[in-house]
Design a protein around this ligand. Structure first.
Ligand code: ADP
Ligand code: ASP
Ligand code: MG
Length: 455
């Protein structure tokens, strides 16, 4: 069996939805499990309407719900399904969802209390609506699709907004709910991004989490392949939004792709490769609009290519904290105390550099920042710099080849660089800059390592 995950743009309208059905139908012999995101923009719209309601602007909330969510799905139903009975049934089911959301928004406008738990529940409607439509559309194309609720498959902890799957329980549930359907020749269609905790309360795995759902389902069911279908030809040499002529990378090792995903390449959720790596399952990235383009294959080991650097990623919204203290000198418990504070605030640290009397750490921006800084101040003077970005240059051979760092920093000689780290695995070179320099830095490094042919 294989897992096929389609992102929001791959099902954004009736045409895209039909295209997705065609791609799935072409792979039915391989026993696919289909994992879907919400239609593009819907999760954002759900968050906006929940926030508007909680801020007391109920009319605006209901307007977003109607215009940007409900009507959008009705349009897709009408554009994708030809059978009128089926259309009717779906519109009825969608309007039941719409009613629930309408009441929820009304409640939020009264209580004003948008907890992470409620927000997860509101967001879950995006994937529940897209899969409802997709399963029917596949059935109409004679694929034996069965809508399967992710909340009966993926059990998570209760960290609303960024829940962690419990792999043991998730394995048992997937074996119970998904496996028999595959054996019966059916094609399960499951929501990405959402799961449920032990009490059955809806959780989400973090923004962009459908990739992670696909990898978890693939790993627990021992899939032969995990396919991530998106809107670009694969993992490219840089984000095409910054470097329009970025090129497709044919193959990447698990380690290379993990570094890229972790340091900002949005095409893969940062946790996606962990379950796939553990079970040695190849991950393919394909363009749903251009399946013939070839894609990127991510596997345990890859053969050397002519290019040492494979790709350049960046992550905005980074904060650097500099903690200095004379007590750090010769005090072997200092680092532990500092890391305990990050642990207490459930904040993960990306980069660390130290000097004799200070340590600099980079973290993603977090609402816990003020509290975190206050607790760190118990151990030394804390300086914080917000509005930073991490840039990461990745390639297995960086470890062996001399002169890569010199080329990077020579190229960027007039840009202030704040923290430099050659990752522990030595397959990346990572540093921090002011966010405003991101486009120039990424473009310059791309020119350096992937010069345009003929130039
Ligand atoms: P989906 O909705 O299919 O999950 P995403 O928007 O989450 O798609 O991810 C695809 C986007 O990732 C691309 O449109 C591209 O802008 C961005 N991206 C960032 N870095 C890279 C990269 N190195 N290679 C390919 N895409 C990248
Ligand atoms: N729909 C969710 C989001 O927008 C999950 C995903 O697309 O992977 O974050
Ligand atoms: Mg995504």
């Amino acid at each position: 069996m294989i897992v096929m995950k389609f992102g929001g743009t791959s099902i954004e309208d009736a045409r895209a939805m039909r295209n997705m059905c065609g791609i799935v139908k072409g792979r039915v012999k391989r026993k696919p499990v289909v994992v879907l995101s919400a239609c593009a923009g819907v999760t954002d719209a759900l968050i906006r309407c929940a926030r508007a309601a909680a801020e007391g602007n109920e009319a605006e909330a209901q307007r977003i719900l109607r215009r940007e969510i409900v009507e959008r799905h009705y349009d897709i139903v009408q554009g994708v399904l030809t059978d009128l009975g089926r259309q009717d049934r779906l519109i009825r089911e969608l309007s039941a969802f719409s009613e629930e959301l309408r009441h929820l928004l009304y409640g939020l406008s009264i209580t004003g209390d948008l907890s992470p738990r409620v927000l997860d529940f509101v967001m879950s409607y995006g994937e529940r609506m897209s899969t409802l439509i997709a399963a029917s559309a596949l059935q109409e194309m004679d694929v034996r699709a069965v809508l399967t609720d992710a909340r009966a498959c993926i059990m998570t902890d209760s960290t609303f907004g960024k829940a962690e799957p419990d792999l043991r329980e998730t394995t048992a549930r997937c074996q119970q709910t998904i496996r028999p359907r595959i054996a019966a020749g059916e094609v399960p269609v499951i929501q990405g991004f959402i799961g449920a905790n032990e009490q059955g309360i809806t959780t989400t795995l973090g923004r962009g989490g459908s990739d992670f759902s696909a990898a978890v389902i693939g790993a627990v069911l021992h899939a032969e392949d995990i396919e991530i279908w998106t809107d670009v030809d694969g993992i490219l040499t840089a984000d095409p939004k910054i470097v329009p002529d970025a090129r497709r990378v044919e193959e990447l090792s698990f380690h290379e792709a993990s570094e890229l995903a972790y340091f900002g390449a949005k095409v893969l959720h940062p946790s996606t490769l962990i379950p796939a790596m553990e079970k040695n399952i190849p991950v393919h990235i394909y363009n749903s609009r251009r399946p013939e383009a070839g894609g990127t294959l991510i596997k345990p080991r890859v053969s050397p290519t002519s290019s040492t650097v494979k790709s350049i990623s960046y992550k905005r919204g980074v904060t650097v904290l500099n903690i200095s203290s004379a007590r750090m000198l010769g005090n072997y418990g200092f680092m532990k105390k500092i890391f305990d504070v990050f642990h207490e605030h459930r904040t993960s640290v990306d980069l660390v550099t130290t000097s004799e009397v200070s340590v600099s750490l980079s973290i993603e921006s977090t609402p816990a920042l003020e509290d975190l800084v206050r607790d760190l101040e118990r151990h030394g003077a804390v300086q914080k710099q917000t509005g930073r970005a991490i840039v990461c240059v990745v390639g297995e051979r960086i470890r062996a080849e001399k002169g890569i760092a010199a080329r990077v920093f020579d190229r960027l000689r007039d840009i202030p660089i704040e923290m430099i780290s050659q990752g522990a695995s030595e397959i990346n070179l990572t540093f921090v800059i002011d966010e405003k320099h991101v486009p120039r830095v990424v473009r310059d490094l791309h020119d350096e390592f992937f010069p345009r042919t003929g130039s």
